[in-house]
Design a protein around this ligand. Structure first.
Ligand code: ADP
Ligand code: TRP
Length: 320
Protein backbone atom coordinates (compact mmCIF):
# COMPACT_ATOMS: atom_id res chain seq x y z
CA UNK A 1 0.00 0.00 0.00
CA UNK A 2 1.31 3.44 -0.90
CA UNK A 3 1.54 6.01 1.85
CA UNK A 4 1.16 9.74 2.35
CA UNK A 5 1.84 12.27 5.05
CA UNK A 6 0.85 15.84 5.63
CA UNK A 7 0.98 18.21 8.56
CA UNK A 8 -0.32 21.58 9.59
CA UNK A 9 1.19 24.16 11.86
CA UNK A 10 -1.03 25.23 14.72
CA UNK A 11 -0.98 28.96 14.12
CA UNK A 12 -4.64 29.87 13.87
CA UNK A 13 -8.01 28.91 12.52
CA UNK A 14 -8.15 26.43 9.67
CA UNK A 15 -9.20 28.26 6.51
CA UNK A 16 -10.54 27.30 3.13
CA UNK A 17 -7.06 27.48 1.56
CA UNK A 18 -5.64 25.01 4.10
CA UNK A 19 -8.52 22.65 3.55
CA UNK A 20 -8.64 22.67 -0.24
CA UNK A 21 -4.86 23.00 -0.62
CA UNK A 22 -3.91 20.09 1.53
CA UNK A 23 -6.29 18.25 3.85
CA UNK A 24 -9.10 17.59 1.45
CA UNK A 25 -6.82 15.41 -0.67
CA UNK A 26 -5.21 13.73 2.30
CA UNK A 27 -8.60 12.84 3.77
CA UNK A 28 -9.91 11.57 0.45
CA UNK A 29 -6.82 9.40 0.06
CA UNK A 30 -7.12 7.74 3.47
CA UNK A 31 -9.12 4.90 1.92
CA UNK A 32 -6.43 3.94 -0.54
CA UNK A 33 -3.20 5.17 1.08
CA UNK A 34 -1.55 4.47 4.39
CA UNK A 35 -2.19 8.01 5.61
CA UNK A 36 -0.36 10.02 8.28
CA UNK A 37 -1.91 13.31 9.41
CA UNK A 38 -0.32 15.37 12.11
CA UNK A 39 -0.34 18.71 13.85
CA UNK A 40 3.07 20.33 13.52
CA UNK A 41 3.02 21.81 17.01
CA UNK A 42 6.82 21.94 17.19
CA UNK A 43 6.84 24.06 14.06
CA UNK A 44 4.39 26.42 15.78
CA UNK A 45 7.07 27.24 18.35
CA UNK A 46 9.02 29.13 15.71
CA UNK A 47 6.44 31.92 15.94
CA UNK A 48 4.18 31.29 18.94
CA UNK A 49 5.64 31.48 22.42
CA UNK A 50 2.39 31.34 24.34
CA UNK A 51 2.11 27.79 25.68
CA UNK A 52 -1.61 27.88 26.34
CA UNK A 53 -2.27 29.16 22.86
CA UNK A 54 -0.12 26.52 21.14
CA UNK A 55 -1.90 23.83 23.13
CA UNK A 56 -5.37 25.17 22.41
CA UNK A 57 -4.77 25.79 18.70
CA UNK A 58 -3.29 22.31 18.29
CA UNK A 59 -6.27 20.69 19.96
CA UNK A 60 -8.71 22.71 17.85
CA UNK A 61 -6.97 21.55 14.68
CA UNK A 62 -7.38 17.92 15.67
CA UNK A 63 -11.09 18.56 16.09
CA UNK A 64 -11.13 20.26 12.70
CA UNK A 65 -9.49 17.35 10.90
CA UNK A 66 -11.71 14.75 12.53
CA UNK A 67 -14.80 16.81 11.70
CA UNK A 68 -13.74 17.06 8.08
CA UNK A 69 -13.60 13.30 7.83
CA UNK A 70 -10.15 12.22 8.98
CA UNK A 71 -10.86 8.77 10.34
CA UNK A 72 -8.63 7.37 13.11
CA UNK A 73 -9.50 3.84 11.99
CA UNK A 74 -7.98 4.56 8.60
CA UNK A 75 -5.46 7.35 9.07
CA UNK A 76 -2.75 7.74 11.70
CA UNK A 77 -3.59 11.04 13.37
CA UNK A 78 -1.04 12.41 15.80
CA UNK A 79 0.67 15.36 17.42
CA UNK A 80 4.21 15.91 16.14
CA UNK A 81 5.64 16.32 19.64
CA UNK A 82 4.22 12.93 20.67
CA UNK A 83 6.61 11.26 18.25
CA UNK A 84 10.04 12.35 19.52
CA UNK A 85 11.71 10.38 16.73
CA UNK A 86 10.93 13.35 14.45
CA UNK A 87 13.10 15.59 16.61
CA UNK A 88 15.82 12.99 16.89
CA UNK A 89 16.04 12.61 13.13
CA UNK A 90 16.06 16.41 12.79
CA UNK A 91 19.46 16.60 14.47
CA UNK A 92 20.92 13.88 12.29
CA UNK A 93 19.58 15.52 9.14
CA UNK A 94 20.80 18.94 10.20
CA UNK A 95 24.30 17.51 10.17
CA UNK A 96 23.75 16.50 6.54
CA UNK A 97 22.15 19.75 5.38
CA UNK A 98 24.31 22.51 3.90
CA UNK A 99 23.50 25.97 5.29
CA UNK A 100 23.19 27.28 1.74
CA UNK A 101 20.04 25.25 1.11
CA UNK A 102 18.35 26.90 4.07
CA UNK A 103 19.62 30.36 3.20
CA UNK A 104 17.92 30.07 -0.17
CA UNK A 105 14.54 29.06 1.30
CA UNK A 106 11.79 31.55 0.36
CA UNK A 107 10.21 31.52 3.80
CA UNK A 108 13.52 32.40 5.44
CA UNK A 109 14.24 35.10 2.87
CA UNK A 110 10.77 36.57 3.51
CA UNK A 111 11.40 36.71 7.23
CA UNK A 112 14.69 38.47 6.66
CA UNK A 113 13.15 40.87 4.19
CA UNK A 114 10.49 41.82 6.70
CA UNK A 115 13.40 42.95 8.86
CA UNK A 116 12.56 40.55 11.67
CA UNK A 117 14.94 41.46 14.46
CA UNK A 118 16.85 38.63 16.03
CA UNK A 119 15.09 35.73 14.22
CA UNK A 120 15.30 32.45 16.10
CA UNK A 121 17.25 29.46 14.84
CA UNK A 122 14.04 27.44 14.51
CA UNK A 123 12.81 29.72 11.75
CA UNK A 124 16.00 29.04 9.85
CA UNK A 125 16.10 25.30 10.37
CA UNK A 126 12.31 24.89 9.96
CA UNK A 127 12.73 22.92 6.68
CA UNK A 128 14.94 20.32 8.38
CA UNK A 129 12.27 19.47 10.95
CA UNK A 130 9.80 19.27 8.08
CA UNK A 131 12.19 17.00 6.14
CA UNK A 132 12.44 14.76 9.20
CA UNK A 133 8.62 14.71 9.57
CA UNK A 134 8.37 13.44 6.04
CA UNK A 135 11.37 11.17 5.59
CA UNK A 136 10.94 9.31 8.85
CA UNK A 137 7.65 7.91 7.56
CA UNK A 138 8.89 7.07 4.04
CA UNK A 139 5.76 8.39 2.29
CA UNK A 140 5.16 8.17 -1.44
CA UNK A 141 3.36 11.50 -1.62
CA UNK A 142 2.98 14.66 0.45
CA UNK A 143 -0.16 16.70 -0.30
CA UNK A 144 0.61 20.37 0.36
CA UNK A 145 -0.21 23.76 -1.08
CA UNK A 146 2.19 25.35 -3.54
CA UNK A 147 3.86 27.49 -0.86
CA UNK A 148 5.28 24.31 0.65
CA UNK A 149 6.78 23.11 -2.62
CA UNK A 150 10.22 24.42 -1.84
CA UNK A 151 10.19 22.85 1.61
CA UNK A 152 9.43 19.55 0.00
CA UNK A 153 12.25 20.00 -2.48
CA UNK A 154 14.58 20.61 0.46
CA UNK A 155 13.41 17.33 2.00
CA UNK A 156 14.11 15.58 -1.29
CA UNK A 157 17.54 17.16 -1.50
CA UNK A 158 18.46 16.15 2.05
CA UNK A 159 17.24 12.61 1.40
CA UNK A 160 19.39 12.37 -1.73
CA UNK A 161 22.44 13.66 0.13
CA UNK A 162 21.89 11.09 2.86
CA UNK A 163 21.36 8.27 0.39
CA UNK A 164 24.47 9.25 -1.58
CA UNK A 165 26.60 9.05 1.50
CA UNK A 166 25.07 6.12 3.38
CA UNK A 167 23.47 4.13 0.59
CA UNK A 168 19.76 3.89 -0.26
CA UNK A 169 17.85 4.69 2.93
CA UNK A 170 15.11 7.25 2.36
CA UNK A 171 12.39 7.07 -0.23
CA UNK A 172 12.36 10.31 -2.24
CA UNK A 173 8.81 11.55 -1.68
CA UNK A 174 6.76 13.14 -4.41
CA UNK A 175 4.60 16.15 -3.85
CA UNK A 176 0.93 16.29 -4.63
CA UNK A 177 -0.37 19.71 -5.44
CA UNK A 178 -3.71 19.09 -7.02
CA UNK A 179 -4.87 22.69 -7.13
CA UNK A 180 -2.81 24.36 -9.81
CA UNK A 181 -3.67 27.76 -8.35
CA UNK A 182 -3.72 28.83 -4.74
CA UNK A 183 -7.10 29.41 -3.17
CA UNK A 184 -7.65 33.17 -3.33
CA UNK A 185 -8.49 35.15 -0.22
CA UNK A 186 -11.20 37.76 0.21
CA UNK A 187 -8.90 40.42 -1.26
CA UNK A 188 -7.86 38.32 -4.25
CA UNK A 189 -4.36 37.57 -2.93
CA UNK A 190 -3.51 34.03 -1.86
CA UNK A 191 -5.67 33.14 1.13
CA UNK A 192 -3.44 33.18 4.20
CA UNK A 193 -3.59 33.70 7.92
CA UNK A 194 -0.73 36.14 7.61
CA UNK A 195 -2.71 38.39 5.22
CA UNK A 196 -5.81 38.10 7.39
CA UNK A 197 -7.82 37.60 4.21
CA UNK A 198 -9.21 34.19 4.97
CA UNK A 199 -12.58 32.56 5.39
CA UNK A 200 -12.48 30.18 8.36
CA UNK A 201 -13.82 26.68 7.82
CA UNK A 202 -15.18 26.40 11.35
CA UNK A 203 -15.96 29.97 12.27
CA UNK A 204 -19.40 30.85 13.58
CA UNK A 205 -21.95 31.71 10.93
CA UNK A 206 -21.45 35.38 11.80
CA UNK A 207 -17.67 35.14 11.34
CA UNK A 208 -18.00 33.39 8.00
CA UNK A 209 -20.59 35.90 6.88
CA UNK A 210 -18.38 38.81 7.93
CA UNK A 211 -15.44 37.45 5.92
CA UNK A 212 -17.54 36.77 2.83
CA UNK A 213 -19.24 40.17 2.95
CA UNK A 214 -15.78 41.77 2.98
CA UNK A 215 -14.74 40.18 -0.33
CA UNK A 216 -13.42 42.93 -2.56
CA UNK A 217 -15.11 43.52 -5.92
CA UNK A 218 -15.17 46.25 -8.54
CA UNK A 219 -17.77 48.98 -8.18
CA UNK A 220 -20.30 47.88 -10.81
CA UNK A 221 -23.89 48.73 -9.88
CA UNK A 222 -26.72 46.26 -9.46
CA UNK A 223 -28.09 46.58 -12.98
CA UNK A 224 -24.76 46.24 -14.75
CA UNK A 225 -23.53 43.01 -16.30
CA UNK A 226 -20.55 41.62 -14.45
CA UNK A 227 -17.51 39.56 -15.33
CA UNK A 228 -17.40 36.35 -13.27
CA UNK A 229 -13.86 35.47 -14.30
CA UNK A 230 -12.33 38.56 -12.72
CA UNK A 231 -14.48 38.41 -9.57
CA UNK A 232 -13.16 37.16 -6.22
CA UNK A 233 -16.62 35.93 -5.17
CA UNK A 234 -16.91 33.73 -8.24
CA UNK A 235 -13.32 32.48 -7.88
CA UNK A 236 -14.18 31.04 -4.46
CA UNK A 237 -17.64 29.86 -5.47
CA UNK A 238 -16.12 27.83 -8.30
CA UNK A 239 -14.04 25.85 -5.84
CA UNK A 240 -17.07 24.69 -3.88
CA UNK A 241 -20.00 24.48 -6.27
CA UNK A 242 -21.06 21.70 -8.62
CA UNK A 243 -21.20 22.43 -12.33
CA UNK A 244 -24.91 23.31 -12.27
CA UNK A 245 -24.48 25.72 -9.36
CA UNK A 246 -21.50 27.35 -11.03
CA UNK A 247 -23.40 27.75 -14.29
CA UNK A 248 -26.37 29.31 -12.49
CA UNK A 249 -24.20 31.84 -10.74
CA UNK A 250 -22.32 32.62 -13.92
CA UNK A 251 -25.65 33.41 -15.60
CA UNK A 252 -26.48 35.86 -12.82
CA UNK A 253 -23.24 37.72 -13.47
CA UNK A 254 -23.68 37.96 -17.20
CA UNK A 255 -27.39 38.81 -17.15
CA UNK A 256 -26.97 41.85 -14.88
CA UNK A 257 -29.58 42.91 -12.33
CA UNK A 258 -27.87 41.14 -9.40
CA UNK A 259 -25.63 43.15 -7.07
CA UNK A 260 -22.43 41.98 -5.42
CA UNK A 261 -24.12 41.82 -2.02
CA UNK A 262 -26.52 39.21 -3.40
CA UNK A 263 -23.73 37.29 -5.10
CA UNK A 264 -21.94 37.19 -1.76
CA UNK A 265 -25.11 35.83 -0.15
CA UNK A 266 -25.12 33.06 -2.75
CA UNK A 267 -21.55 32.20 -1.80
CA UNK A 268 -22.41 32.28 1.90
CA UNK A 269 -25.29 29.89 1.34
CA UNK A 270 -23.11 27.47 -0.57
CA UNK A 271 -20.27 27.75 1.96
CA UNK A 272 -22.50 26.94 4.92
CA UNK A 273 -24.07 24.06 3.06
CA UNK A 274 -20.68 22.71 1.97
CA UNK A 275 -19.38 22.51 5.54
CA UNK A 276 -22.71 21.76 7.27
CA UNK A 277 -21.98 18.13 8.08
CA UNK A 278 -18.48 18.96 9.29
CA UNK A 279 -19.85 21.72 11.55
CA UNK A 280 -22.39 19.34 13.06
CA UNK A 281 -19.79 16.66 13.58
CA UNK A 282 -17.46 19.13 15.28
CA UNK A 283 -20.10 20.11 17.83
CA UNK A 284 -20.53 16.44 18.73
CA UNK A 285 -16.79 15.70 18.89
CA UNK A 286 -16.10 18.74 21.06
CA UNK A 287 -18.35 17.23 23.74
CA UNK A 288 -15.92 14.39 24.30
CA UNK A 289 -12.34 15.63 24.83
CA UNK A 290 -11.37 12.28 26.36
CA UNK A 291 -12.05 10.57 23.07
CA UNK A 292 -9.83 13.09 21.25
CA UNK A 293 -6.98 12.37 23.65
CA UNK A 294 -7.44 8.65 23.06
CA UNK A 295 -7.36 9.14 19.31
CA UNK A 296 -4.11 11.07 19.62
CA UNK A 297 -2.56 8.45 21.91
CA UNK A 298 -3.51 5.70 19.51
CA UNK A 299 -2.14 7.69 16.56
CA UNK A 300 1.11 8.52 18.33
CA UNK A 301 1.69 4.87 19.16
CA UNK A 302 1.23 3.84 15.53
CA UNK A 303 3.34 6.71 14.23
CA UNK A 304 6.11 6.00 16.74
CA UNK A 305 6.31 2.39 15.68
CA UNK A 306 6.81 3.34 12.07
CA UNK A 307 9.17 6.20 12.87
CA UNK A 308 11.25 4.06 15.24
CA UNK A 309 11.87 1.40 12.61
CA UNK A 310 13.15 3.94 10.13
CA UNK A 311 15.15 5.86 12.71
CA UNK A 312 16.87 2.65 13.82
CA UNK A 313 18.09 2.10 10.27
CA UNK A 314 19.38 5.67 10.13
CA UNK A 315 21.16 5.30 13.46
CA UNK A 316 22.73 2.06 12.39
CA UNK A 317 24.00 3.65 9.17
CA UNK A 318 25.29 6.80 10.82
CA UNK A 319 27.01 4.81 13.53
CA UNK A 320 25.25 6.33 16.52
P1 ADP B 1 -1.18 30.11 6.12
O1 ADP B 1 -0.56 30.65 4.87
O2 ADP B 1 -2.58 30.57 6.25
O3 ADP B 1 -0.36 30.39 7.36
P2 ADP B 1 -0.24 27.40 6.46
O4 ADP B 1 1.15 27.84 6.17
O5 ADP B 1 -0.58 27.01 7.85
O6 ADP B 1 -1.26 28.53 5.95
O7 ADP B 1 -0.61 26.22 5.46
C1 ADP B 1 -1.09 24.92 5.80
C2 ADP B 1 -1.31 24.13 4.52
O8 ADP B 1 -2.30 24.77 3.71
C3 ADP B 1 -0.06 24.06 3.63
O9 ADP B 1 -0.02 22.82 2.96
C4 ADP B 1 -0.26 25.17 2.66
O10 ADP B 1 0.45 24.99 1.47
C5 ADP B 1 -1.78 25.10 2.44
N1 ADP B 1 -2.30 26.40 2.04
C6 ADP B 1 -2.29 27.54 2.78
N2 ADP B 1 -2.88 28.55 2.12
C7 ADP B 1 -3.31 28.05 0.94
C8 ADP B 1 -4.02 28.59 -0.18
N3 ADP B 1 -4.41 29.86 -0.21
N4 ADP B 1 -4.28 27.77 -1.23
C9 ADP B 1 -3.90 26.48 -1.21
N5 ADP B 1 -3.24 25.90 -0.18
C10 ADP B 1 -2.93 26.66 0.89
N1 TRP C 1 5.36 23.50 6.90
C1 TRP C 1 3.99 23.10 6.75
C2 TRP C 1 3.12 24.35 6.71
O1 TRP C 1 3.52 25.41 7.11
C3 TRP C 1 3.55 22.19 7.87
C4 TRP C 1 4.33 20.93 7.91
C5 TRP C 1 5.27 20.60 8.85
C6 TRP C 1 4.25 19.85 6.98
N2 TRP C 1 5.78 19.36 8.57
C7 TRP C 1 5.19 18.88 7.44
C8 TRP C 1 3.49 19.61 5.84
C9 TRP C 1 5.37 17.68 6.75
C10 TRP C 1 3.68 18.40 5.15
C11 TRP C 1 4.61 17.43 5.60
O2 TRP C 1 2.00 24.27 6.31
Amino acid sequence: MKSLITGIKATGQLHLGNYLGSFKQAIEFQDSYDTYLFIANLHSLTTNHDGESVKQLSYELVLDLLSLGADPDKATIFMQSDVPEHSELTWILSCMCPMGILERAHAWKDFKQKGLRDPNLGLFSYPILMAADILIHQPDIVPVGSDQKQHLEIAQEIAKKFNNNYGPTFKIPKELITLTKDVPGIDGRKMSKSYNNYIPVFGSEAEIQKAIMKITTDSKGIEEKKDPESCNIFAIYKLLGNSQQIQNLQDKYTAGGVGYADLKKELLKLYLEYFKTAHEKRIELAKNPKKIIEILEFGAEKARKNARQNLDIVKEKTGV
